[in-house]
Design a protein around this ligand. Sequence first.
Ligand code: ATP
Length: 360
Amino acid sequence: MSDTRLQFALDRGAFHLGVDLALPGSGITVLYGPSGSGKTTVLRCVAGLERAAGLVRIAGHDWQDDGRRLFLPAWRRPVGYVVQEASLFPHLDVRGNLRYAQRRASPREQPIAFDTVLGLLGIGHLLDRRPDNLSGGERQRVAIARALATQPEVLLLDEPLAAVDPARRREVLPWLEALRDELRIPMLYVTHSADEMARLADTLVLMDHGRVVASGPLADTLVRLDAPLARDEDAGALLHGQVAGRDTRWHLARVDIASGVLWLRDDGTPVGAPVRVRVLARDVSVLLAPPAPGSTSVQNVLACTVRAIAGAPHPSLVLVQLACGPDTLLARITARAADILALRPGLPVWAQIKSAGLVR
Ligand SMILES: Nc1ncnc2c1ncn2[C@@H]1O[C@H](COP(=O)(O)OP(=O)(O)OP(=O)(O)O)[C@@H](O)[C@H]1O
């Protein structure tokens, strides 16, 4: 059962926002959608900076409930809010910025330990620096630490990496993963980046024109044929697995997933590490029989069952949803091929994965 519920509506001239979401009490929920779809407005409603009509319940605490005429003002809501451009105090060093935020928290309730935050964000060596002497990525890590130092019950991140230069962005992602995996605090994360979404999200909320068009666990939501992502050029599935070994001769990593084994380009991820594997729909082809050993250059083949078939943006193509044990894949193939193979729901097939990558 979820103890985080966002159920509100807001009218702003031509823009109407209406959301009704039950979210998990921890992990990262990514809000994803086109510009102007209302993602930032959702965060502002949670923070109490916008007055929507409805209910805001975070980690079991009601911050707004119009039915009971309850509306906590923004300053009474324990939120950490991080935006694109960190607004750190320029005259204070990192330690001073963090201490200032710590004083805002109740001295009795400090579930998020200061040292833990320094460690998780890797900023212990930056404490004596002024914000001017930090890189964009370091500034954002300090901004997140400062938000956590206030002991929030939810962390709101509005495109926190959008202003960090792209080369540095990837360096910040492992720190965010560490926060996600170590802290029991829900995070709402707005991004336009498919990479950040694939890497960080536990839960995905797809927004369009002020509405939630799909939401749920990331892997399930990505493969929904009725959701807009399935129509993207980069449509595909995300599989959870674990690095189980490596073939040093051929520089390949063996990744065990629920439905079998994949051999992927070895990026040095240690054996035993949990990983996410992205498989694009355009890289999956469908076979009626398993290929004879040694007959194909493609190494990764999984036994599946066709679950559903839907049209793709171009009439020459279809999207095939494939159930591989508990995993789901998407294959984008030509409509003619689907016809020749007589694909239909329930048909056992083999998915040949031409390319797949560890999400890094
Ligand atoms: N202060 C404001 N006054 C009036 N309209 C606003 C205001 N702020 C945003 N809007 C409008 O509200 C709608 C939702 O905006 P919002 O910023 O929430 O979208 P978004 O999905 O976060 O977009 P982006 O990805 O571009 O940041 C848009 O139509 C926007 O033009």
